[in-house]
Design a protein around this ligand. Sequence first.
Ligand code: FAD
Length: 555
Amino acid sequence: MLLRDLPPARVTHEVLNQPPPLEGYNLFEQDRALSEALRREGGGWAEERARRLGEIAGGEPMRWGAQANAYPPVLRTHDRYGHRIDEVEYHPAWHELMRLAVAHELHALPWRDPRPGAHVARAALFMLLGQAESGHGCPISMTYSGVSALRVQPEIAAEWEPRLTSTQYDPRMIPSEQKTGALCGMAMTEKQGGSDVRANTTRARALGRGGPGGEYEITGHKWFCSAPMCDAFLVLAHTERGLSCFLLPRWLPDGTRNRFYVQRLKDKLGNRSNASSEVEFDAAWARMVGEDGRGVPTIIEMVNHTRLDCIIGVAALMRQAVAQAMHHTAHRSAFGKTLTNQPLMQNVLADLCIESEATTAAMMRLARAYDESAHDEHQRHFARLATAVVKYWACKRAPMQVAEALECLGGSGYVEESILPRLYREAPLNGIWEGSGNVICLDVLRAMGREPESVEAFFDEVALAGGSEPRLATFVNALRKELTDFDAIEYRARRIVEQMALALQASLLVRHGDPAVAEAFCASRLTDDHGRAFGTLPRGVDCARIIDRARPQIG
Ligand SMILES: Cc1cc2nc3c(=O)[nH]c(=O)nc-3n(C[C@H](O)[C@H](O)[C@H](O)COP(=O)(O)OP(=O)(O)OC[C@H]3O[C@@H](n4cnc5c(N)ncnc54)[C@H](O)[C@@H]3O)c2cc1C
């Protein structure tokens, strides 16, 4: 056949120099930083589970993730006859993701199987599925975290825990006693104050005697209430004794709907698969959890676990972004060379990998502290401080890291099909949730003031690297000096917390990381030998090794 006989489209549409799709690979097996950390931090027993979920997550859930975000949830306030129903309809892909997460115990593993390493194992699993889709992680995380707060009120926990830890996802809008599984949300933020929950205006009126476990009527509003199809919510409201914590179910004990009204859904930057709503409670029925007037200390148990999940969430985003960047640049050429072999691209890729590995290492170490906190006070102090420190820094790095990974794909990275725009839109969210940047830094100062043992626990962990890395020793000395200077300490809080996070990440990488990654991290993050952007690693870094270690090896 002659060229002129071909239809024009076929002549011009020869596709060259495009990578094969990055799909159908095992997200766990191809993530050495994660699989090494799972073994190291005590979750080795869950390796086979992680491998299985890694295989699944790299397949169909990637498609579900795209669909669940392309077809966001829709609020139905009323049925066709005019009755209020306050229900949210989701795309089937959302339900598939939820079913998968619940079946794999991402919402409950440490409560169902509290053996050593359970939080570590769950963290690995949560990170794997989080790479396919982030939004569904919200109700999964709140359910996981909610159990820790509910246990403060044993009779309520006895009723709800079996439902909240069931491995059956049951999305039916019916009373939870009739369901095979239930989910829990959290509603604290109000219009006039989110970080400062003392500004809450929602009121609770005792029905009868009141007090812990007692029945109340809640009246007020919440400006953010994500996943409103959860079966119950931990809510803050004022009693005469102060801000208190309540469990507010969607259904009343008599089998009718609670007075929980969804006003509208937020039109959000990202996280579009997940419904985030504004709700009003009009004498809604609830039960008090924990002591009257001690709502913040009660719900803080939940908040600490969701903070850990924010870190896992950004570790997932960073890893997926890096995997996409590695894969694309390994299969695309420009100016006569594969991109991954261009020296400047090597600098960018290696820098992105280091950030991702450092986040994964810190996240998994923290998860172990959650495992050990139950019987080890030192670990509890470490977890208290390090969770806030790592959350601040990981969440600050994620948007920049994901944006740079997106740029590695050039124009294709800006196109929805590449997944990078979705990762990018998601990236700032964990920084806002559960304490935004400043609030977290102030919380670090508060924790250090109130629990000096947490400072020692933190530095004990950092010191485990010994004197083997002189740059770390110098860095930590300077940091300790900063901490003894109280002048304008609030103003300086971000710098301090950033340095604490870097010290912890460096210590972990020096002790356990790949030597090339540890060396590059210390060279670039602990000294001034690094620019302001990613891709400014100093000379002498073994970029090829770092990249090779992190690249998904498919094709
Ligand atoms: C998608 C999404 C879903 C959400 N889902 C839920 C949910 O399900 N349940 C829920 O309860 N909440 C939810 N939230 C709310 C979220 O937790 C709050 O937005 C967050 O806690 C911040 O509160 P705020 O928006 O009132 O901001 P503000 O408290 O007004 O803070 C604004 C800014 O000021 C800073 N700031 C505050 N105090 C200080 C200070 N003393 N010094 C210096 N800086 C300060 C903060 O760091 C922040 O940057 C959700 C938010 C989003 C975006």
